[in-house]
Design a protein around this ligand. Sequence first.
Ligand SMILES: Cc1cc2nc3c(=O)[nH]c(=O)nc-3n(C[C@H](O)[C@H](O)[C@H](O)COP(=O)(O)OP(=O)(O)OC[C@H]3O[C@@H](n4cnc5c(N)ncnc54)[C@H](O)[C@@H]3O)c2cc1C
Length: 410
Amino acid sequence: MKNWSGNVTFGAAEVVCPTSVEEIKAAVIAAGRVRALGSAHSFNKIADSPDVLLSFADFPKDIEIDATSKEVRVTAGVRYGELAVALHAADLALPNMGSLPHITVVGATSTGTHGSGMGNQNLSAAITSIELITASGAEMTIAGDQLNAARVGLGALGIIHHVTLKAIDAFDVAQAVYFDLPFENLINNFDAVMGAGYSVSAFTMWSELLVDQLWIKSRADSDELPGAEFFSAKRATVKSHPIAGAPTESATEQLGSVGPWHERLPHFKLDFTPSFGDELQTEYFVDRKDAAAALQAVHSLRAQIAPLLLVTELRTIAADENWMSPAHGRESLAIHFTWKPDLAGVTAFLSTLEASLAPFKARPHWGKIFSAGAFDFKALYPQFKPWVDYRTNLDPDRKFINEQLADWGI
Ligand SMILES: Cc1cc2nc3c(=O)[nH]c(=O)nc-3n(C[C@H](O)[C@H](O)[C@H](O)COP(=O)(O)OP(=O)(O)OC[C@H]3O[C@@H](n4cnc5c(N)ncnc54)[C@H](O)[C@@H]3O)c2cc1C
């Protein structure tokens, strides 16, 4: 069995598909080592297990909406696209979405998956309760202050069967794309450019002078899209894909057309293959105050980046308190790379890229490719040690630890 990209072959000896909480308990008690799989969209071996892998393919897909409290309780296995449609039907929304709706709520929040927007925290911030089976087979509900340790849990705290999220009122979004933003204009006006809408993404091939595309998603009830020209970038009059030249039907509607939040906040539609398909991904989070310097550092490597790159996306994420969130304690810029599927070439280049971002204390995305040895997580995450202690207390025999997590010092 492989992950979505095909670059990871899972090594689990057995895949078990529970259909109930009781079956999860039994599987956890019986297994030596066990982990859960979401939609397998991570690019590293974070979801793998040496022994048993639990798939939620046969688990009920329940979405329980409480219209009064505006909370929604979902089972593991529910994907963001499915949740979004159900919430919208109840006139509710999520504050933000990742670039694709295909990922599961539990799998995505477990790695700190995020969208963009100066005021938008990563997707896990919406979690108000987590229900899981611990290593001993006990049922546990995590709520209140302990959620800071558990929202981004890397699958290492237990097998989650339900999470509850806080929703907000449904809203409409207008999306427009702007071409050819001068790189100098981006770095000299970073907050103004990236704050030009509710959610803004810049797509670049790191050419010497220009950032190729700026995708601006504005809330129809509060912001207005910029006009025909924005910091010298020109508003597109034809639909666009983040990777220039790729077919545009998979992309969500643009050209300023207003639509519901869940049909504009992701870049890709649920019923199409997202992104490019045959690709690898890497992403690093730096403090937004270092945005200009960090972007210049990467820009200086553009000749080495070019042969490997499909596209880079730049996004902003609001700070949060979650111990293992890449945006913990700092307003963040995420510098993302969609690479061609050249694993050897990409891996060889990453040490250069990571060294260029080390002065900015860059934190890697937990679900993407990075060089394990290049990051001192104790130094990068002030709550790393308390999180490891919290985890060890729940799972002293390391039932939920795989080789990937051990490589990261967990
Ligand atoms: C095309 C593409 C686009 C992407 N876009 C974005 C983006 O916009 N923003 C972003 O931040 N990331 C993005 N990613 C990365 C992706 O969001 C993360 O890798 C995410 O974790 C994948 O979710 P998943 O459901 O596939 O989880 P998996 O990859 O299957 O698992 C991720 C983690 O969750 C754990 N887990 C899953 N289910 C459970 C459970 N029931 N109990 C306990 N632990 C569990 C797993 O053990 C693992 O540790 C993208 C990936 C792809 C392939």
